[in-house]
Ligand binder design. Structure first.
Ligand SMILES: NC(=O)c1ccc[n+]([C@@H]2O[C@H](COP(=O)([O-])OP(=O)(O)OC[C@H]3O[C@@H](n4cnc5c(N)ncnc54)[C@H](OP(=O)(O)O)[C@@H]3O)[C@@H](O)[C@H]2O)c1
Length: 259
């Protein structure tokens, strides 16, 4: 599906799932705004896309600051002349139970995973309503659909993402704006490496053990999520709104441990 003539903003696209999303949209002809805090990584992503002949720019933004969200939407529209797709991908994770979770960890998780996603979506929708339509794809998590021990702040934040997705889809169903989410399972990025490292011992052994609990018996590559994001943002998904698509190798289909 071509995105030629379309403008796509992907938050948290300096690495991981966001970087893969930026690449997939650029490959299909979109002008892509890459964003994150790490300037060196962001510029490297853009350089790599441009060297392949694609249109991309980088804007540094720390989404913990509320004002950065409106500014990022405004700057993207200013740079490329519009905004057709917003991919809310930036996210952080702390592994902690409630008594272990500090105020700062709780507030930071909500600031990035929930508040920024809401502020960005609100600003994007205001523009899309004036422009006649658009699509938003939120990166939630399988851990927003189900609980996960030792990740209370993260799971709460991703549950909120799923509800924001549903509510905004309903509010804008008649504005030609579709709002969906993907709920990834275990995707091999630095976030999962961080979880595996925290378990102690050999990281690769921990990752292999993680894979054994997944019906498909493997972790996914970021591009496998990016292709689903691309589909949901495209006209191929023209009747899909308010959906939360599990991209998890079958995890959500199980009612507990998979044998
Ligand atoms: N990996 C998985 O298995 C998995 C599973 C379910 C859901 N997810 C979700 O998928 C999304 C991407 O995760 P990932 O695995 O690709 O993680 P990652 O490799 O750690 O990438 C996270 C991205 O978010 C950006 N980010 C973090 N804090 C930010 C802030 N304050 N301001 C702006 N950008 C910020 C980072 O950019 P900078 O470092 O440049 O700031 C980075 O580009 C997240 O929402 C995550 O919760 C991942």
């Amino acid at each position: 599906m071509s995105f030629s003539g379309k403008v796509v903003l992907v938050t948290g696209s300096t690495t991981g799932i966001g970087e893969a999303c930026a690449r997939v949209f650029a490959e299909s002809g979109a002008a892509v705004m890459v964003s994150g805090r790490d300037v060196a990584r962001g510029e490297a992503v853009v350089a790599s896309l441009r060297s392949a002949g694609f249109r991309a720019q980088f804007l540094a933004a720390d989404l913990r600051e509320a004002g950065a969200c409106d500014a990022l939407i405004g700057s993207t529209i200013g740079a490329f002349g519009g905004l057709h797709v917003l991919v809310n991908n930036a996210g952080i994770l702390y592994s902690a139970s409630a008594p272990q979770t500090t105020d700062q960890q709780w507030l930071e998780t909500m600031a990035v995973n929930v508040n920024a996603l809401f502020y960005l979506s609100r600003a994007a929708v205001r523009h899309m309503m004036r422009a006649g339509g658009g699509a938003i794809v939120n990166i939630a998590s399988e851990w927003g659909l189900n609980g996960e021990a030792n990740h209370v702040a993260y799971c709460a934040s991703k549950g909120a993402v799923i509800q924001i997705t549903r509510c905004m889809a309903l509010d804008h169903a008649r504005d030609n704006i579709r709002v969906n989410s993907v709920c990834p399972g275990e995707i091999h990025t630095r976030m999962v490496d961080q979880i595996a490292a925290k378990q102690g011992g050999d990281i690769n052994a921990n990752l292999r053990a993680l894979a054994q609990g997944i019906p498909m018996r493997r972790l996914a590559q970021p591009v496998e999520v990016a292709r689903c994001v691309h589909f949901l943002a495209s006209d191929l998904a023209s009747y899909v709104t308010g959906a939360n698509l599990a991209v998890d190798g079958g995890n959500d289909a199980t009612a507990g441990a998979y044998p």
